[in-house]
Design a protein around this ligand. Structure first.
Ligand SMILES: Cc1cc2nc3c(=O)[nH]c(=O)nc-3n(C[C@H](O)[C@H](O)[C@H](O)COP(=O)(O)O)c2cc1C
Length: 189
């Protein structure tokens, strides 16, 4: 099932086809494919080419996966336990060259995340971002210093049937994707 975006203009397919599922199959992501997805993220633009992103990832069935899963809120733990890979997306808050605060670190991590999501989607691998996690638990498990910020968690995997999910997940899985109209967020000036 692809929940293709119902676009008005000729938006490219990789964007139309990306969506955030919660039903993941037991098919694993190969390390080579995972490297490709992560490499794609690295080609995102960033302020001063600082590349202020760091990704900590773990394959399902490993201790690392359990660590990341333990830090998710219960709502996310329920479905994300079946993801093939869990990823912690971290921003380095200061510029490496001079230690000054990088005001674009979160922005640039978001750019890298979007690139990662689209690369995964083009490979039939679905990414699902999560803000529902305990930052303290995961930051401690990853031994993140003061200069690093855990911004979001990402589940990755191959799609499975919506019927595998309990409610309310199943209904959400089947709901059409919706967006605000262009006029609500883009103003020609
Ligand atoms: C930063 C971020 C945080 C999110 N947090 C959660 C979350 O904690 N749990 C969840 O199930 N979905 C979460 N989502 C997924 C969004 O709900 C989803 O992207 C949005 O509804 C649009 O749907 P689509 O990605 O299928 O187009 C998050 C997405 C992002 C980018």
């Amino acid at each position: 099932m692809t929940k293709q975006a119902n676009t008005n203009g000729p938006v490219i397919d990789v964007i139309r086809n990306r969506w955030s599922p919660r039903s993941y199959s037991s098919r694993q992501i190969t390390p080579a494919d995972m490297n490709t997805i992560l490499e794609a993220a690295s080609w995102a633009p960033s302020a001063s080419n600082e590349q202020p992103w760091e990704y900590y990832y773990a394959f399902n069935g490993t201790e690392g996966f359990q660590k990341l899963h333990d830090g998710l809120v219960p709502f996310n733990q329920t479905w994300a336990k079946n993801a093939a890979v869990l990823v912690a997306a971290v921003a380095r808050k200061n510029f490496a060259a001079n230690g000054n605060s990088n005001n674009w670190a979160q922005h640039d991590l978001g750019m890298a995340n979007a690139t990662l999501f689209l690369q995964a989607s083009a490979m039939d691998i679905h990414a699902h971002g999560m803000g529902g996690f305990d930052s303290h638990i995961i930051s401690l498990a990853l031994d993140l210093g003061e200069d690093k910020e855990l911004v979001c968690m990402i589940a990755l995997g191959y799609l499975d049937e919506a019927d595998k999910l309990a409610e309310p997940y199943r209904t959400r899985e089947l709901a059409p994707r919706e967006r605000k109209p262009l006029a609500d967020f883009a103003k020609q000036i």
